[in-house]
Design a protein. Structure first.
Length: 150
């Protein structure tokens, strides 16, 4: 990856709706070169998705909770099952397997405390491999930055 690829990635992370001509103007290259490079970045899985970021509040998801989960057993099959269940949970926007006191950290976005209670009862209490969890209700979204510096 060279400097032009990095400039392309930096620009697309701010606005991926630019035409190749507009992208070329931003990065100082030709539209054809930008098209080739963007296609290669996608083929190489450097660019993994083209998405629209949505404000959760606009969808009625006004409550964000950070949940630390500790598993009972750390067998590979049980870990994989927990991962699958979190991928399938519509309330979970992010799930990280971590080191330290917790095994997983979840970012949960829901409408209200009642919706979070339902999530806890259906996704965590019912999982026999969840030893315990700790919830932290967020007060303010200080920084949410899906871009990576390139």
């Amino acid at each position: 990856m060279d400097d032009l690829d990095r400039r392309i990635l930096a620009t697309l992370q701010v606005n991926n709706r630019l035409s190749f001509a507009e992208l070329a103007e931003h990065v100082g290259s030709s539209a054809a070169s930008c098209m080739r490079r963007v296609n290669k970045l996608r083929a190489d899985s450097v660019i993994v998705a083209d998405i629209s970021l949505v404000d959760p509040k606009a969808l009625g998801k006004s409550l964000t909770i950070v949940v630390n989960v500790e598993l009972e057993r750390e067998r590979l099959d049980l870990i994989d099952e927990f991962k699958r269940s979190m991928r399938a949970a519509k309330e979970v926007s992010q799930c990280y397997m971590v080191t330290g006191d917790a095994d997983f950290v979840l970012i949960v976005a829901v409408e209200d405390v009642e919706a979070f209670d339902t999530f806890v009862k259906t996704k965590l209490y019912t999982n026999p491999n969840v030893r315990k969890f700790r919830s932290m209700i967020t007060l303010d979204r200080v920084k949410v930055e899906p871009r990576f510096l390139v």
